[in-house]
Design a protein around this ligand. Sequence first.
Ligand code: IVH
Length: 669
Amino acid sequence: MPNDGPPPRDWRRRAAWLREQLERHGHLYHVLDRPEIGDAEYDRLFRELVDLEAAHPELSTPDSPTQRVGGVPSEAFRKVRHRIRMLSLGNAFSGEEMRDFHRRVTREVGEEVEYVTELKIDGLAMSLTYEDGVLTTAATRGDGTTGEDVTPNVRTIRSVPLRLRSVEGTPAVLEARGEVYLPKQAFAELNARLEEEGKPLYANARNTAAGSVRQLDPKLTAERRLGTFVYAMDPPGALKTHFEVMRRLAELGFRVNPNYRVHQGIEGVLEYIEEWREKRHELDYGTDGVVVKVNRLAQQAELGFVSHAPRWAIAFKYPEEQAVTLLEQIQVNVGRTGVVTPFAVLTPVLVAGSTVARATLHNEDDIARKDIREGDTVVVQKAGDVIPEVVRPVLEKRSPEARPWVPPTHCPRCGTLLVREEGQVARRCLNPDCPARLFEFLAHFVSRGAMNIEGLGWRTIAQMLERGMIASAADIYHLTKDDLLQLEGFAERSAEKLLATIEGSKTTTLRHLLYALGINHVGGTGATLLARELGTIEAVEAADVERLGAIDGIGPIVAQAIWDFFQNPRSRALVADLLASGVRPAPPEAPAQGRLAGKSLVITGTLSRPRSEVEAEIRALGGEAGSSVTKKTDWVVVGDSPGSKVEKAKKLGIEILDEAGLRQLLAEP
Ligand code: IVH
């Protein structure tokens, strides 16, 4: 121990003080949404505590804010038996059923009852156990009796207190229950990123939240921006009502949904249900109903339970995420790669606040399994707030003439025989000249992440194809003003403007061109990696599978797809035509402005603030934030529990920064 520093007792005090500060400011930020200090100040305190705990491991405690970053990935989840079974709730779907509930309750209790209404959060139930005020176990519901221990993951959720704020009389062992959810915005962003990377999308926020909590690597959970709302506590001690429980939970530091209310009798409950029927769609979290609870705990005890559910509470479920309408026709769409996808043409109907006229039918196996037929009355719903889907037919309303749907054997656009490859659920049109495929390809080619030809929408493309004005992407570069003037919606000015945009799009980057080519499995990220690594279109064309597969971030399937693409004479001809038409893909751009212009940086491990935030800052300074370490990387920033990238950086002799170093780099004038 150094003898020139302060005595250990002071380190201990300093650490305790830092923890208290961080805990307070974390609570203000993540639970109350009312920060008092800036991120930089928070980071400074955090770093000091990390350093202190690193130098004096004996100071480290499980409730320290530094423990939120996620520990070692586990092999599997330990099973935990719940102290008290985690029950579900009985459901009600109408005002009448709510009145029935009220009648049952009053009859049993024999006096007037007060209710508390809360929004029913569409997430997954979580049990949080605190011993002497410190979070010791977080468990999923499981089968209600036994759940899974997901403590390291739940620790990374910022609104979950690692230590309770002290309230007199808090029991030595306290269990809180609540819901973990993924905000709608975070869900949309996650899917947008997956789409760009050409990966399969998540169906809805609820499943994604469940998947995020059950990650074996807590760092992945930490990246997901999960939220929580807590709504129950055991034991309640001297508290007399559920309303008091909710207030106490907030005092203890939990995040409590603010929209709970007390009502005398059932009328107010029904008003609350009506009030939130539409308004709930404006919230940044999914809700699927209202939970109604008897307020007085003594009355709750009197009412008790039936098998799996309490008799003192009920969940009112909103029905209208689903709607019933007529399925007029089943049509198929032919995608860019020739995949044929069936969809339903519906009599327009309102679902969860918007009109739906089409809905996905996924694939022909799904149609057969659900036995969906043309002319059926069907139930439609919005899956995960985005894509409407047909759930099932209403069989009682089926006409005797309705016949099972027969998938097309030939492409509806070009008449080519469709092929269903082994193990695939979709049929494909393999005709490279299929007009439907060409149309989808062109729409992709001009889109924003590709050649970015604004003003050339799909309606215009359709007209151009119809008139034989274009037959390939390269033809776009030979359009004349006279051509455009023949099209609907074009006059002198608009024609000139579009021509100028087309001309401007010739000056592009290799990354954009590669993405525009629509190579299977190559999204924005893949295109960026290829461009950065190979530099020119000629080099990409010349690269063999081995060279492609050696690029960090490009796996064998993608490498093969890229190679296949460039082996195809049609693809080579397209590239040659584009280049001959004046398309000039510049090598990876190094932003000319900004202090970090031309510099690239890779982060590995967990930092004290979201990685996306740090990366945005780097980009704002003109730098590039990459995901793989190459010899062109300038710095590797190492957070907690870093991955193999550190080794690679060392091998390549790349400068390694810790978080303090990064802060300095970003803050330098
Ligand atoms: S109270 C005894 N309150 O809904 C059961 N549950 O369908 C106490 N849920 O398992 C549950 N929001 O996961 C309660 N405000 C809320 C809720 C809520 C969502 C979930 C919970 C429960 C399920 C029952």
